[in-house]
Ligand binder design. Structure first.
Ligand code: MTE
Length: 311
């Protein structure tokens, strides 16, 4: 019998499965519980690496964007600047073995294998809206771990006020890094309370399967109330810092991209309006919500801050 081992970037069932069907399948599985679902459905229907992920209520009423769109319309400048480039070139990236260097203000610095970091963690499914600063958006069913659960392991000290993240620098596999489009490697950062917020996630899967390379394999950040550029892909370094860390887009265009980058329809980008967005797959633009619709969860993090100057 020929068993085809699917590469993470190859598309599968969900490409051709309609969004509604996927939602229904999720509900069926959720209703049965994983053990029951496994018994009731053919193995092929449950082939994803994270089909056993804990279902959460996040985004349960959202209609997820198709896997095809999520994996073929990307920003991952290490592989080129066209939206289709990451899908074309990201298969060149070696994601196994993978380790992450932990440094700075914490009790347990070191270089850890990804398996060791993930060991014992519960993988959840959370459906989040992703709003790019370029005014397009998607709804992504992520599989991953609450970031706070990972960061806690390294015992950040009281001096850790921020946390910074870096993407892999490997121009041999990431041809975009041979051009000085960004001061590589891509880096991003969060304030510690943002990083520890229950909404912040380290994603390792999409639609129940391993995260495709073009979406940031093997592990990326997901911060749903901020513009997508904060959600850094393919992370190899995490540093706890006392001072606000450098961030790639702020270095490149400081007037356009600040450290906070909270989704805010009332503050326009210097070159375009942020009032509306186009959901990929939709024709019409819809109004953008404050904090991308997560205001009740996160607005209090910014009490007393002028959100116009902390853009
Ligand atoms: N991370 C790295 N390392 N390089 C990038 O170019 N692009 C960012 C973010 N993370 C980017 C990155 C931007 S601008 C967005 S909108 C999201 O990834 C896009 O994520 P997606 O391609 O999975 O939709």
């Amino acid at each position: 019998m020929l068993i085809k081992v699917r590469k993470p970037w190859e598309l599968r069932e969900q490409d051709v499965t309609s969004q509604q069907l996927y939602v229904n399948r999720r509900q069926v599985i959720a209703g049965l519980g994983i053990a029951g679902a496994a018994a009731a459905l053919p193995v092929s229907a449950l082939a994803g690496a994270f089909d056993g992920a804990i279902k959460t209520d996040w985004g349960k009423d959202e209609l997820p964007t198709s896997l095809k769109d999520i994996t073929s319309y990307n920003n991952f400048y290490e592989f080129g600047t066209d939206k289709g480039d990451p899908k074309k070139y990201a298969h060149k990236l070696t994601t196994d073995p993978w380790s992450i260097k932990i440094s700075g203000e914490c009790a347990k610095p070191g270089t850890y294998a990804l398996e060791d970091i993930l060991k014992g963690q519960d993988v959840e499914e959370r459906i989040y809206r992703l709003r790019c600063v370029e005014a397009w958006s998607m709804v992504v069913p992520w599989n991953g771990i609450q970031l706070s659960e990972i960061l806690k392991k390294f015992e950040p000290t009281s001096k850790a006020k921020y946390v910074s993240f870096k993407t892999l620098y490997r121009p041999k596999e990431m041809w975009g890094q041979r051009r000085n489009f960004i001061d590589w490697p891509y880096e991003e950062g969060l304030r510690m309370d943002e990083a520890m917020h229950p909404l912040t996630m380290a994603a390792i899967g999409i639609y129940g399967d391993t995260i495709p390379n073009q979406n940031g394999a093997p592990i990326r950040l997901v911060v749903p109330w901020k513009y997508g550029f904060k959600s850094i892909k393919s992370i190899v370094e995490i540093e706890f810092t006392e001072k606000e860390p450098r961030t790639s887009w702020n270095i490149r265009l400081p007037r356009e991209y600040g450290f906070y980058a909270n989704v805010n329809p009332t503050v326009d980008h210097p070159r375009w309006s942020q009032a509306k967005e186009r959901r990929i797959g939709d024709f019409f633009r819809t109004p953008t919500k404050m904090f991308n619709g997560y205001a009740s969860e996160v607005a209090s993090l910014y009490d007393g801050m002028d959100l116009r100057s902390f853009y």
